[in-house]
Design a protein around this ligand. Structure first.
Ligand SMILES: Cc1ncc(COP(=O)(O)O)c(C=O)c1O
Length: 447
């Protein structure tokens, strides 16, 4: 009897345990649906405007984590195959996730291994003016510029920064720290990169102040002009516009790379800023570099970074060196892997073709046209295909950001760039799954 009862209990326990396991598996696989927060939704909603959530409730439909994985590897589907699950498309920021696919395919050769005892010291190269610059990173920066031909590197100081955002501030400090008692005017012609204004106004520095549109600046006093070429947000090639004595220039060349624009000559200016964020898509590494002609300016930039963050992550520089090396190798040892810039160029080219087609069909928007030029790197003629689309809502629509938001597409209004709200800036560098859905929504829009 005791034995029978014992046998019965074991059987029951087994049944209960199997049932519990089945329930748990079902529960876990439905977790996204229950909570209404899919991984993709959280990720794609990164930095979404708060007002958006007030106005448009998050969709209750969910996309599975397998679609996230498919998106991450850039699985190719036709735009019209893309099911619209009602999710928010956040094209407000310029997160360069388009490049994930290339780097996934590149595989382990881009991996770096850093042991616990490595890169511990504050110092990298005490003999260098920029004492926290990792020599390997500096070497790969010069190699890449020489291969691409987009910047003069001879007799330049390399200053590494935590993204070019830190370098831009270091440059402002370096150029204004020796000035007079009044803050120096900082200008950039509209539409200008919105972050410049935000950073300068937020910092409230006593050394410099935001004045705004360079094309209306007429004061006879020292100034700093920021030139972004190709420009963010409109993609146009830019030259200085004030051209007066006492002017100091900072050239932001975040997008002067052959996947975005023809490389017509090696840029040769006093301060040139670059960033891995837009060159290779590694925004999360937070690595940028400046090529600086004047030693005293480079020293003051270095001092700023020393006081601001006591240098720049060595781990990130080591990883960035590996990434830049892989990009250069992909050109010089063709056959081992696909040329990074060629591959990226074609990816972005396809997107611009889709966008222009749909913009032409709906008649709701317009986009700028770019003149073709011969690219020395690609050895062919092409037109700029910027990292952002500068879209104008035509006709009655006065607020393009609101109009697109009503279709669950987040963009950045023209007003942040010193322009009218009829314009918006849209990132062209998001993942395929989001971009395809964006094109699908655009093609179905009616005013
Ligand atoms: C023109 C320009 N400069 C600088 C940056 C920021 O670069 P980083 O990520 O290196 O700080 C951006 C980012 O969008 C940009 O568009």
């Amino acid at each position: 009897m005791g034995k029978g009862l014992e046998g019965w209990s074991v059987r029951h326990l087994l049944i209960v345990s199997v049932a519990l396991n089945v329930w748990l598996v079902l529960k876990v696989s439905n977790y996204d649906k229950d909570t209404n927060f899919t991984t993709e939704k959280i990720f794609n909603g990164f930095c979404a405007h708060e007002e958006f959530h007030k106005q448009v409730p998050l969709s209750s439909s969910s996309s599975s984590s397998s679609s996230m994985a498919a998106a991450a590897v850039g699985e190719k589907k036709s735009v019209h195959d893309e099911a619209d699950d009602g999710r928010i498309i956040n094209f407000d920021h310029g997160d360069p996730t388009i490049y994930e696919k290339y780097w996934q395919e590149a595989g382990d050769k881009t991996s770096v291994f850093i042991s616990g005892w490595q890169s511990m010291s504050y110092f990298s190269d005490v003999k260098n003016l920029c004492w926290f610059l990792e020599p390997e990173f500096g070497k790969e920066v010069i190699r890449l510029h020489n291969i691409v031909g987009n910047a003069a590197t001879d007799d330049r100081h390399i200053v590494v920064g935590t993204g070019s955002t830190q370098l831009f501030q270091a440059a402002l400090y370096a150029l204004s720290a020796t000035g007079g008692t009044e803050p120096i005017s900082v200008v950039s012609s509209t539409p200008y990169y919105s972050f410049y204004r935000q950073v300068v106004e937020y910092m409230k520095s006593g050394l410099y102040k935001w004045v705004g549109d360079a094309s209306t600046f007429d004061k006879d006093e020292p100034y700093i002009e920021l030139i972004t070429s190709p420009n963010n947000p409109d993609g146009l090639m830019r030259q200085p516009v004030v051209n007066r004595s006492g002017g100091m220039l900072i050239h932001d060349f975040a997008y002067y790379w052959p996947q975005y624009t023809p490389i017509t000559s090696a840029a040769d200016h006093d301060i040139m800023l670059f960033t891995v964020s837009k060159t290779t898509g590694h925004a999360g590494m937070r690595i940028g570099w400046a090529l600086v002609k004047d030693e005293a300016v480079a020293k003051r930039m270095t001092k700023f970074i020393e006081l601001n963050s006591i240098g720049v992550s060595k781990d990130s520089q080591i990883r960035a060196a590996k990434i830049l090396q892989t990009v250069s190798d992909s050109r010089e040892h063709a056959g081992d892997s696909k040329d990074f810039f060629e591959t990226s160029y074609h990816h972005i080219e396809r997107r611009w073709k889709q966008l222009r087609e749909v913009v032409g069909k709906t008649g709701i928007f317009s986009t700028p046209e770019f003149p073709p030029a011969f690219c020395n790197y690609m050895s062919r003629l092409f037109s700029t295909q910027p990292a952002f689309a500068w879209l104008k809502c035509e006709g009655e629509i006065e607020n393009c950001e609101d109009f697109l938001r009503s279709h669950k597409i987040l963009t950045r209004s023209g007003k942040h760039f010193g322009m009218s709200p009829k314009y918006v800036r849209i990132s062209m560098l998001d993942r395929d799954s989001n971009y395809d859905l964006f094109i699908k929504r655009l093609s179905e829009m009616r005013t």
